[in-house]
Design a protein around this ligand. Structure first.
Ligand SMILES: C[S@@+](CC[C@H](N)C(=O)[O-])C[C@H]1O[C@@H](n2cnc3c(N)ncnc32)[C@H](O)[C@@H]1O
Length: 263
């Protein structure tokens, strides 16, 4: 089993992947963080900040009396942070937590890839200030369905290639069922007031969100070929994703939160 993060911010499709994630999921993320009350003066950690849209949104909420630490193993896509936000190259797996307690720690689509994911949740929970919130968001990669298709062949191409992509990610160490267990994992890390919500939306062919699947198919192309997927199948898959007559449900996003209630 390969235990590395399966994508690379240095790859050509990485910027596309970040824009698609932002288009697909920022609305849900922002709603949850706002519901938890993030506001002036909060100290926040945005872990695996990627393109930084959530770090920038948090910085606007916490204002000049608050702070946002935006961490990632690769900072190249994390530009234009405001004065109250700091980018830090940090590997959550290999390094100790920054020497600070946080009122909010948020990580979206980061921990699912790592075999020691449950232990990392405990590590994050220990870095919360009393009353602080840990918010984790992960996708259910096998929860996608075709909702509109111009013909049966397009639906079959999608199901077959997307299935091969998820198989590959699973072989490389991602736990595709982990999102559904997030509430138990947060409770297991000693957090209280645990809650969760699962959201699915519609991703039309050619739209900004479905580009996530196209970008991933470009980045994983060599490994998919090595696993026996024909180049023609990948080309057909990308054509289907670009067709406005085609639509899929999004990867369902599970957002889960828990609070440090003890001192
Ligand atoms: C799928 S992207 C998600 C980005 C962002 N959280 C979002 O949802 O838009 C995962 C991010 O986690 C970062 N990452 C991977 N391994 C990491 C590690 N060990 N420590 C911190 N960040 C990591 C990647 O570089 C990448 O930017």
């Amino acid at each position: 089993m390969i235990e590395e993060y399966p994508f690379d911010n240095a790859s050509a499709p990485a910027a596309d992947r970040m824009s698609a994630l932002q288009a697909g999921y920022d609305g849900v993320t922002v709603r949850h963080l706002a519901d938890l009350g993030v506001g002036p003066g909060w100290a926040c950690l945005e872990l695996g900040a990627g393109g930084g849209s959530i770090a920038r949104w948090l910085a606007a909420q916490v204002g000049p009396t608050g702070s946002v630490l935006a961490t990632d193993v690769d900072l190249r896509l994390l530009a234009d942070l405001p004065a109250n936000a700091t980018a830090l190259r940090h590997d959550i797996r290999a390094e100790p937590m920054p020497d600070q307690l946080f009122d909010l720690i948020h990580a979206r689509l980061v921990l699912i890839h790592f075999p020691e994911r449950d232990e990392l949740v405990a590590k994050l929970a220990a870095a919360l200030s009393p009353g602080g919130w840990l918010v984790l968001e992960e996708i259910e990669p096998r929860g996608q369905t075709v909702v509109e298709t111009p013909d049966e062949a397009s639906a079959e191409t999608f199901a077959s290639v997307q299935g091969r992509i998820i198989d590959l990610l699973e072989r490389e160490g991602s736990d595709v069922d982990w999102a559904g267990r997030l509430p138990q994992v947060l409770a297991g890390a000693g957090l209280g007031e645990v809650g969760s919500e699962r959201v699915t939306t519609r991703w039309p062919g050619g739209g900004p969100e479905i580009r996530l699947l196209a970008a991933n198919s470009v980045e994983l192309a060599e490994r998919l070929a090595a696993a026996g997927l024909a180049e023609d199948d990948l080309a057909r898959f990308r054509k289907v994703l670009a067709d406005p007559r085609f639509a899929v449900s999004s990867y369902p996003l599970v957002s889960a939160w828990g609070r440090r209630t003890s001192r």
